[in-house]
Structure formats: structure tokens, C-alpha cells
Design a protein around this ligand. Structure first.
Ligand code: MN
Length: 233
């Protein structure tokens, strides 16, 4: 008798919780933290292991958790893709902008890097477009670095393809990105680098320019070239 009382309450509670979860599941469609596509130490010595652990496991995870919490408060947003949310972000709460941007940007960022020496080179069509719009690959890299060092505070530097088919370097504050309707320089992101201090501070401290320079060693040019090929169609 005592035993049955001991168990009936927790079991009832568990059943209720399971029912609530089952009812919520079709609506929730929660965003998920994607696994890193390589080991935490794979980008060393360009990006150190501890930075990658904290950056992916703490920072990116927090954006995902906070995005899910923000979307849970807005029934009209549930089931929408992240890209749909970003395209209409001007009408959405700041928590969706900050955390939705954070989730998209970091997912894109992890997929833009490869271990040092494994990222290949720009494809011929991408290199031709870089030469056309920046003069040379070196000139492009220099301009990208200038945009990264010039971003005051936290933000991102991007290579985008604009609607008129041009390559352009842009920079956004905080977790904004070129897919958002609040951003003036919009386009299809081909490459992005995170210039928040959390991306480099453990290893580079205040030397953002050194981080931006070293980062080319881990850029996945095959990924950038594929994005260009898809976007230029
Ligand atoms: Mn970051």
C-alpha cells in the first residue's frame, strides 16, 4: 500500500509530462545544434581546441536554446524554416533576430572551414569572379581582412553574391547576416568569418588582424566554390 502510493504519484506525473510532450511535439519542431563536421582540435593551430569547444558547445548551443525559447512564445513562427524567419526578421522580436542569426551564422561558419591545408583552392569560375570584382585573390583577401578589422565591436565579415551577380564584401554587427531584411547589403552568403572576440580571444587576445590572416589556412574553398556554383545559377 505504501509502495503503491510511493509510485503512483511520480508515475502519474510522468504520464502527464509524456502526454504534454506528445502534444507539443508536432508544433515544436525545435532547432538543433548541428555536430561539428570535424574534431574540436582539427583546426589547430589556427583555431585552438578550447576555443572550438566553448564556441560550439556553449555559444552556438546557447543561440539554439534561446532561439527555441523565443520561437516557443510565438505560435505563428513555429514550423517556419530559419531562412524564412531571417528574411522577415524586421517584424520579429529581437530574441529571434539575435539567436536565429547566431544559429544560422555559426552553422554556416563551421561548414566554411576544414583542417589546415585541406580546404583546396577556389574553383576556376569563382576565381574568375574574384579577379573580376576584386582584381586578384590576394586583393580580395586583403579587403576581407580590412572589413574584419574595421568591424567595431562584435560581428561578421562576409563574401556575398548580390542580386546583380557581383561578389561583394560586407560586414554585419552582432549576429545579423546578409539574409536578413534589416540589412542594407543583402545577398547570398558564400563565406563568413566570425569576428566576435569569443572566436579568437583565447589564442589571439586583442590581435584580431592576426586571426583574420591565419584564418585563410582553414577556409574550405571547396565549400565556398560549391556555394558560388549554386548561387550563380
Ligand atoms: Mn561566434
Amino acid at each position: 500500500m505504501t509502495t503503491s502510493h510511493c509510485f503512483s504519484r511520480p508515475q502519474g506525473l510522468t504520464a502527464l509530462l509524456l502526454l504534454a510532450l506528445a502534444l507539443a511535439a508536432p508544433l515544436a519542431r525545435a532547432f538543433e545544434l548541428p555536430p561539428l563536421p570535424y574534431a574540436h582540435n582539427a583546426l589547430a593551430p589556427v583555431v585552438d581546441e578550447q576555443t572550438m569547444q566553448i564556441h560550439h558547445g556553449k555559444h552556438h548551443k546557447a543561440y539554439v536554446d534561446n532561439l527555441n525559447a523565443a520561437v516557443a512564445k510565438e505560435p505563428a513562427l513555429q514550423g517556419k524554416s530559419l531562412e524564412d524567419l531571417l528574411a522577415g526578421i524586421s517584424r520579429l522580436p529581437p530574441a529571434v533576430r539575435n539567436n536565429g542569426g547566431g544559429h544560422w551564422n555559426h552553422t554556416f561558419f563551421w561548414a566554411s572551414m576544414k583542417p589546415p591545408g585541406q580546404g583546396g583552392a577556389p574553383s576556376a569560375p569563382l576565381l574568375a569572379a574574384i579577379d573580376r570584382d576584386f582584381g586578384s585573390l590576394d586583393a580580395f583577401k586583403a579587403a576581407f581582412k580590412t572589413a574584419g578589422t574595421g568591424r567595431f565591436g562584435s560581428g561578421w565579415v562576409w563574401l556575398i553574391l548580390t542580386v546583380d551577380g557581383k561578389l561583394q564584401i560586407t560586414s554585419t554587427p552582432n549576429q545579423d547576416n546578409p539574409l536578413m531584411d534589416v540589412v542594407t547589403e543583402r545577398g547570398i552568403p558564400l563565406l563568413g568569418n566570425d569576428v566576435w572576440e569569443h572566436a579568437y580571444y583565447l589564442q589571439y587576445q586583442n590581435r584580431r588582424a592576426d586571426y583574420l590572416e591565419a584564418w585563410w589556412q582553414v577556409v574550405d574553398w571547396q565549400a565556398v566554390s560549391s556555394r558560388y556554383a549554386a548561387a550563380a545559377k
